[in-house]
Design a protein around this ligand. Structure first.
Ligand SMILES: Nc1ncnc2c1ncn2[C@@H]1O[C@H](COP(=O)(O)OP(=O)(O)OP(=O)(O)O)[C@@H](O)[C@H]1O
Ligand SMILES: [Mg+2]
Length: 241
């Protein structure tokens, strides 16, 4: 088990209970969609996994218990592409943003250069290398943020709303790239057809609790279940298109 969460609660500093007594186990290599209405707790769960917000309970990431003194180690195992890509692009160029993490770990420049170029190629964004994030489109920022995470060689990738800002072609490209990556993935998304295509398992959240957990094809098409969690089922969602 690469992620093992027991009795996990996340309470924000203003007292908002975002996650309540959650139990969740994820095996290495699984791609899990995290689905739920606005405010269901997806981003709170994700940010708690890397210690950005505090959680109470037990959380093991790649066998390491999530605690303040272990955060540096945990962050080499799990990489998060945040809901807002501006949160992770802050260097003068995209090259430097992608190099930032490995540089911090003391990786030598030659290795970094190869690694950055490899990630730029993988995500098909070589042309963004010398640009500054300030001048990128929303979709370009999303891909650049993914490259910064991949440059850390994480075992687990967590993506919060990865298809937001992507045009249909870029969205299709992202699905193709993510399908080919061997990483364990947790993907928070409102894009249900994206979830269905990429993730064999879906965890449906409602008001900070797991409302359903199982095969994506079963959960996402279950009209009653989805509506009870205040989310539209995929059948309805597709009919609107
Ligand atoms: N930093 C914060 N401080 C206080 N409350 C917060 C904070 N972040 C989130 N919350 C609250 O926690 C609850 C869960 O929010 P969260 O952002 O985790 O939901 P979400 O499922 O990611 O929603 P969305 O689909 O809109 O991204 C909400 O009630 C929200 O208002
Ligand atoms: Mg969110």
């Amino acid at each position: 088990m690469i992620i093992d969460i027991k009795n996990w609660s996340v309470i924000h500093t203003d007292g908002t209970k975002a996650i309540t007594n959650m139990n969740l186990q994820i095996e290495a290599g699984e791609k899990v969609a995290l689905v739920g209405a606005n405010g269901a707790g997806k981003s709170s769960l994700i940010t708690s996994l890397v210690g950005i917000v505090d959680g109470v309970g037990t959380c093991l990431i790649a066998g390491i218990e999530l605690k303040k003194e272990k955060l540096d180690e945990i962050r080499t195992k799990i990489g998060v592409v945040f809901q807002n890509p501006d949160d992770q692009l802050f260097m003068p160029t995209i090259y430097d943003d992608i190099a930032f993490g490995p540089r911090n770990l003391g990786v030598d420049e030659e290795t970094i250069k190869h690694r950055v170029e490899d990630r730029l190629r993988l995500l098909e964004i070589e042309h963004l290398k010398d640009k500054t994030a300030l001048r990128l489109s929303g979709g370009e920022k999303r891909m650049a943020a993914m490259a910064t995470v991949l440059s850390m060689k994480p075992e687990i990738m967590v993506l919060d709303e990865p298809t937001a800002f992507l045009d249909p072609k870029a969205r299709r490209k992202l699905i193709r790239i993510l399908k080919d990556l061997p990483h364990t993935m947790i993907i928070a998304t409102h894009d249900l057809s994206f979830a269905a295509e990429l993730c064999s398992r879906t965890v449906l959240l409602k008001q900070g609790e797991i409302f359903a957990d199982g095969k994506s094809e079963a959960i996402l098409q279950d009209d009653e279940l989805m509506e009870a969690a205040d989310v539209e089922s995929i059948a309805k969602y597709l009919n609107y298109k």
